[in-house]
Design a protein around this ligand. Structure first.
Ligand code: UD1
Length: 315
């Protein structure tokens, strides 16, 4: 059975990758700095080896890649606004950590690294849906950092023969997405507001659109990228291929919750893109990928999770 290293495996998407790998009987190791990840995300999987450390530290990177077949590289500080506020700290996590991982993976003879990239790279060009061959135009430090990760991935293939594949995620959501920071993904914030009957904030006019994708779809596409033939050096969108406005999203969630407060509106966020939607034909063709959890079903599962995990008032 193959051995997988999941970087950022104590995070939201990472912990779901770990769950899927466990159910397939793979050997799994996790490295996580716990800057945005949480031990509790792996509490149900006590047999998983968790190394707490920073991939920018060569000793950590060497240690965790030893005897590993495949790396799923999710470790990052995944926030557009946080990268605007903290460009140096996010650059360290997202670029230096990624470079450290590639160096170690190449030295340890890892078979393939799947790098989690981001739709934010496409920037604000009007053309929709986004195809992988469209020019990158990063509008935030986060997008630029992810683009550098993709380019380092390709460079390590060219220079050292390290097999790398980049999967570009669009807005991923699901259980365990951390709603506790203003930088959190919007669905986690809306779900928590509805669970607590508080009004959510919509930045801008709410007519901006996103290709929201339930986490299990993304896990499936990512694991396909680890083993599919003839994909080394490729960049592949992994998403639903659809888009919905923030206003429509909140209405759907409110309806599923059986009602809820009206949203409050605030000025649009700096670095925000207007519209985002993926063309997923390449993932279909190269990975045999097909999203299998539709938006409404994913929202229902997610809201049920936030209801079950609502913070109980003291007393
Ligand atoms: C972006 C990237 C995505 C990346 C993610 C990491 C794009 C298209 N996508 O997502 O690939 O992985 O960052 O964070 O660039 N919003 C509200 N109210 C809130 C919170 C957010 O209205 O309380 C709005 C935002 O202004 C934005 C939308 O919801 O327009 C989605 O925001 P968010 O969930 O933070 O993700 P993106 O920034 O789109």
């Amino acid at each position: 059975m193959a051995t997988y290293l999941v970087t950022g495996g104590a995070g939201f998407i990472g912990s779901h990758v770990v769950d899927e790998l466990r159910s397939r009987g793979a050997q799994v190791r996790v490295v996580d700095s716990l800057v945005t990840g949480h031990r509790e995300n792996l509490a149900h999987a006590p047999e998983i080896e968790l190394v707490v450390g920073d991939l920018g530290d060569a000793e950590v990177a060497e240690r965790v890649t030893r005897d590993v077949d495949y790396v799923i590289h999710l470790a990052a500080i995944p926030s557009v606004p946080r990268s605007v506020d903290e460009p140096v700290a996010t650059n360290h996590a997202n670029v230096t950590g990624t470079l450290g991982l590639f160096v170690a993976a190449q030295r340890q003879g890892v078979k393939r690294v799947v790098f989690a990239s981001s739709s934010s790279i496409y920037g604000n060009s009007a053309a929709l849906p986004k195809r992988e061959d469209m020019p990158a135009d990063p509008p935030s430090p986060y997008a630029l950092q992810k683009l550098m990760g993709e380019q380092y991935a390709r460079l390590f293939l060219q220079l050292h023969g390290l097999e790398t594949v980049a999967v570009r995620y669009f807005n991923v959501f699901g259980p365990r997405q951390d709603p506790s920071s203003p930088y959190s993904g919007v669905i986690s914030l809306f779900a928590r507001c509805l669970a607590e009957q508080r009004a959510p904030i919509i930045y801008g006019d709410g007519e901006q659109t996103r290709d929201f994708t339930y986490v299990q779809n993304v896990v499936d596409g990512t694991l396909r990228a680890a083993t599919a033939p003839d994909v080394a050096g490729r960049v592949i969108n992994v998403s639903c291929g659809d888009r919905v406005s923030l206003n429509a999203l909140y209405e759907l969630m409110r309806e599923q919750a059986g009602g809820g407060p009206d949203p409050e509106f605030a000025p649009a966020r700096v670095g925000d893109v207007r519209d985002s939607q993926a063309d997923i034909s390449l993932a279909r063709e190269l990975l045999g990928y097909q999203p299998f959890v539709p938006l409404a079903e994913g929202i229902a599962r997610t809201m049920a999770w936030y209801r079950d995990h609502a913070v109980q008032p003291a007393g």
